[in-house]
Ligand binder design. Sequence first.
Ligand SMILES: C[S@@+](CC[C@H](N)C(=O)[O-])C[C@H]1O[C@@H](n2cnc3c(N)ncnc32)[C@H](O)[C@@H]1O
Length: 341
Amino acid sequence: MEATIVLDETKHYPVLLNEIISIITPQYGGTFIDCTFGQGGYTKEILKHKECKVIAIDRDIVSKKKADQISEKYQNRFLFKNQKFSHLENLKLKNENIRGVIFDLGYSYTQIKDPKKGLSFNFNGDLNMQMGINDFSAKEVVNKLDVKELENIFKFFGEEKEAKKIAISIGKEREKKEINTKTLVELIEKKKRKKNFKTHSATKVFQALRIFVNKEITELILGLIAGARVLKKDGILAVVTFHSLEDKIVKYFFKSLSENKSISRYVPEVSQPETLFKMIEKKPQKPSSKELKENTPSRSAKLRYVVKKKNFYKFETDIFEKFRYLIEIENFGNKLWKNFG
Ligand SMILES: C[S@@+](CC[C@H](N)C(=O)[O-])C[C@H]1O[C@@H](n2cnc3c(N)ncnc32)[C@H](O)[C@@H]1O
C-alpha cells in the first residue's frame, strides 16, 4: 500500500525544483537571477552552494519578508529587489557572471490563499488580482472597460467560449450595482452552458483577468528579452509556465532564436548569422508522477530552457510583432491608469 502524503496547506511547494537545479548546475558557482522569488524555493536551493550568488526579484512586497530571512543567513551572496522582472536591466549587472536566469511564472500558493489579493473565486470580497506594482485592479476592469473589450480579454486571455455572453451580462449587471467577486462568479455560472466537473466555471475568466491586471504578456516578453541580454555565454534561460498562452510565447522566443531560417536549396553557400541560443531539448519537461502526487497544482507546469551561445547583448527578435494582438488587448488598460490624463 502506498504511503499517504500529507500536504501542508499553508506552504508553497517549488515546482520542478530538482529539474531546474539539474539544468542550471549551481554546484559550479556563478550568479543566478531568480526573477520570480516568491517564497524563495529556488533561491534557497541555489544558495546551498557556497560559490553562488542570487539576485532575486519579486513584484509582490510580501515576498520581502522571506527575502529578509534569507539575507540574514547569506548576507554577501543574496540581494532582493521588489520590482517587476521587465525592469531587470536596471540592475547593475555588468560585472556579474550571470550563469542562469530563471522564471517560475504565475502565483504562489500563499498569494492565491490571501483573500486581500482577490485572486481566487473561492473568497468573497472585492475583485483585486494585483500581484504588486500595478496600475489598476480587476474591480476597475470589470466595472469600467467596454463590453467588447471585456469580451476580447476573456476570449484571448482565458480562451473562454462564452466570452461574449459573459461580457454582455457584466455590462447589464453593472448598470444596477458594482460587480464584486461573488456577483461575477454567479454571472459566469449562469452563462456557462456546459458544466465541466473538473474545473470551476469561473476558472477561465479569472485567469484572463489576472493576466490583464498584471500585464503578464508584456511582462513576459520584456522579461525574456532582458534575461537573454544579461546572460553570459553558456548561461541558461529557464522558464516554468502554467498556461498555454505563456508556453506559446516562451516556445516561440526560444525556437525563433535557436534556429536559422530555412534557406532555399537553390542558393548554395549562404553564410547564416549565428543564432543566440542552443536548444538542448525541444519538448518541455513536466512534473514527475511523484511531484504530481505531492503537489497537485503543479499539474499544468512546463519547463523549457535554452543555452546562450555567445556574449551577444543586442539581438533582433520579432516576438512583439508575433504577439502584437495580445499586447494590444493589454493596452486597453492604459485608460485605467491611476495617473491617466
Ligand atoms: C509561482 S511564484 C514563484 C515561486 C518560487 N519559485 C518559489 O519557489 O517560492 C511566482 C512569483 O512571481 C512573482 N511575479 C509574477 N510576475 C512577476 C513580474 N512580472 N515581476 C516580478 N515578479 C513577478 C509573483 O509575485 C510570485 O511571487
